[in-house]
Write a protein that binds this ligand. Sequence first.
Ligand SMILES: Cc1cc2nc3c(=O)[nH]c(=O)nc-3n(C[C@H](O)[C@H](O)[C@H](O)COP(=O)(O)O)c2cc1C
Ligand code: SF4
Length: 483
Amino acid sequence: MARKYTTVARLRNAQLLREYTDGELGITLRFDETVESGPQAPLAQPYQLQDGKVIGNRFAVLPMEGWDGTRDGLPTEYTERRWTNFGKSGAKLIWGCEAIAVRHDGRANPNQLVVQESTLKSLEQIYNKLVDTHKERYGTTDDLLVGMQLTHSGRFARPNEKTRLEPMILYHHPVLEEIYNIDPDLPVLTDAQIEGIISEFPRAAKQAQEIGFNFVDIKHCHGYLGHEFLSAYSRPGPYGGSFENRTRFLREIVSGIRREAPGMRIGVRISAFDMPPFRPDESGIGEPRIFEDENGEYPYGFGADPKDPMQAKLDETFRFIELLKSLDIELVNLSAGSPYYNPHMQRPAYFPPSDGYQPPEDPLVGVARQINTHARIKERFPEMAMVGTGYSYLQEWLPNVAQYNVRNGLIDFVGLGRMILSYPELPADVLAGKELDRKHICRTFSDCTTAPRNGMISGCFPLDEFYKELPQAETLKAIKAEN
Ligand SMILES: Cc1cc2nc3c(=O)[nH]c(=O)nc-3n(C[C@H](O)[C@H](O)[C@H](O)COP(=O)(O)O)c2cc1C
Ligand code: SF4
């Protein structure tokens, strides 16, 4: 039986919210009681990068793919609609648009976009659509920054069949191998294979630059290849073991991009901390599968305390960001964990996706964990431009928490994921001082994750009229009823 938590919709005023978070949950979640609008509002303040580029406000759209490209890696009308909505949102930082594979074997699903010669024209069209839409609505794109997220899916690659994992791993992780049915004798990627993957990123960055993107994100989050490097403690050779070796992937890509695409900005989205994988217990509630090595430590969590892996330990995260700084990388997007093995911490939700588990904690605890941990990182690096993640579950309170965090320098940009799928124009409405459109507030039903986990396109089926009308909405209802 699922545990019941107080829904955010019931926390109708500041006192109720404060009593619930400070009292019942015992978490720190600060917010402003009144949200300001107009040019002086904290969320409307521009942010100037060190190279002089101005980003017009403090909202960022987080990357979100739709499992809706063609088998050839081209965007479809669904992709175009999502990117158009990103442009409409009013956010001035569009972080990555969505994960785009640098080559076929790195696709997370057979419908993921690929950046390669044959897809450039179409990628340019949807990029232009995003930018033109923004210009039509908001008059200018001079203060808009749009990136392309470059990825290789590594352990979570499914390039050919939605149901067939074709993992490319750096090291053996016994718990993930058990959960995902991965052969414990699967050969790990060779150093030469890694070099081949690295060589794709500068080429892809050059292509993104030619299209007009303002930066590329070298994805280091959510269990995909870049993130896996950071925890490759047990891998021998030049790409594992020491911190220097585990960040060689990043450093080689950065130097390649500097050489092949001079002037292209680089950003990094990172899972700043992690936890062990979670699986449902006999009542369906998530519980951690903690693996201990011969020293009694969990050896696979980047940003997790090996002695107590449910707690963040940020020494290496700080070191990583120090490294980014030394590489002249100013744009950092902070996320956490993985949507596959610990979704409750990565995207806190009241209703879990079909491959997930009932939340083991009030989702507000997960929100506060990300906000407060990201704030600790921001505090150490005041000169870096940092995007925070994990705000959608705040629902009606999102603008209040966002404003508090930006006003107090806990973060520079408030990143929005699912809320943009259900309510693309929330940033514009907040900045204009409009009352929120409550029927489009994301209630974390997780259909946008459940649908692709069942081989379908992603979208906000419950709240977005466009997706509600699609035949897939009925199929999804039937799948959910069966579960
Ligand atoms: C449908 C969907 C697709 C996503 N695709 C990506 C992606 O391509 N790249 C990425 O870094 N994160 C991806 N994410 C994670 C989001 O960027 C974000 O971290 C997460 O949803 C938590 O933010 P939220 O609480 O505002 O939704 C995706 C999330 C969802 C729900
Ligand atoms: S399907 Fe819609 S309401 Fe549900 S989590 Fe996704 S965006 Fe939010």
